[in-house]
Ligand binder design. Sequence first.
Ligand SMILES: *Cc1c(COP(=O)(O)O)cnc(C)c1O
Length: 435
Amino acid sequence: MSQNIRFTLPQADIPKQWYNLLADFPEPLPPPLHPGTRQPVPPEMLTQIFPENLVRQEMCPDQYVEIPEPVREVYSLWRPTPLLRAVRLERALNTPAHIYYKYEGASPAGSHKVNTSVPQAYFNKAAGTKRLATETGAGQWGSSLALACQLFGMECNVYMVKVSYQQKPYRRMLMHTWGATVHASPSDQTNFGRKLLAEDPNCPGSLGIAISEAVEDTVTHPNTKYSLGSVLNHVCLHQTVIGQEAIRQMEMAGEEPDSIYACAGGGSNFAGIAFPFLQLKIKKKKNYRIVAVEPSACPSLTQGELRYDFGDTAETTPLVMMYTLGHKFMPPSIHAGGLRYHGMSPMVSHALKLGLIEAQAIHQTRVFEAGTLFARTEGIVPAPESAHAIAAVITEAEQAREAGKKRVILFNLSGHGLLDLSAYETYLQGKIQDV
Ligand SMILES: *Cc1c(COP(=O)(O)O)cnc(C)c1O
């Protein structure tokens, strides 16, 4: 074999710390505000729904946070994840660009989300929590938290957006297999859910509604805390294992990326790969182009407004400064369920505002065209979410071909699409539409 295309690190090289971009932002991140007083929320308000140790991480000023050994032990089930060079995709595109991807689909739940569900379950357990409540759209987060709760001996109660509950049975089954309880949201389990069902028994649900139900469940049950799979600072923090490994693996490959891409729903897998490189961009004046890719149907970064907004539909969360389409926004039902959130992580929003990163929006048909080409050249069927990043990468690789210039491109392949095959089938039948 002439060429090395797969770069792997030994288990001992799982990072020992998470990297906290909050410490290195050239301007401080605007704090979350109490909706009534519009004053910064006191930590006591957050500890109603999160354990103290995670609230401390949420507001942590330190540049690095130690990863507890039991968390690294669970990470070692799939970490360090491989970095691969997509030479067959490069050939198909006839591009001088070198394309690398970090493969987070290698985890048991099939995506990057377990990088944070595992520490969240661990820190909750350490704080005495017995039961976690959460929401899930298409089920990636619910299944990741179900697995983490199972591994640390906790109950997991999931509110799953009703359309997905009905149309995407496999992740629901995965959650059941890992021992979680799953409710179609809006549900009859909460006051908010019952109110919505009384108004419209066929309400299809949304992520914002499911968050409201999970938060209400949390405050009305003993020993229960709430867990969120994206958006928050501590979630972005946990995901930085991705970028830290990728920096070392790119060194093994003997190259440095010119451009770095990831899809962005709430922003966590993007943060995971981008933030460690952003540290080098801020501190070592590296000239990386770092791009968040979102769906044209839910374009918070490219079409939203940067302002304080609620994280949920029922207006129960603190106000956070983020790019938002408004907390009442009902995204159209595109196939990339994980990218249907009205807002964007405050940290990712702040990085865009400061000009450290860029954002692009892409239509569904182009996304599935890219995902299919990737599957046919590289073998892995990407999650429709991840295929957004691939579509943007392909565009840059084609531009490199036109310009006759070598570019080194890195992207995060946030998950596999083996539980999204019905969306691929719809595409192959020519029935995917741009919304
Ligand atoms: C949930 C999910 C996303 C979107 O969430 P982010 O917080 O923006 O990363 C992207 N890709 C996959 C595979 C997902 O499961």
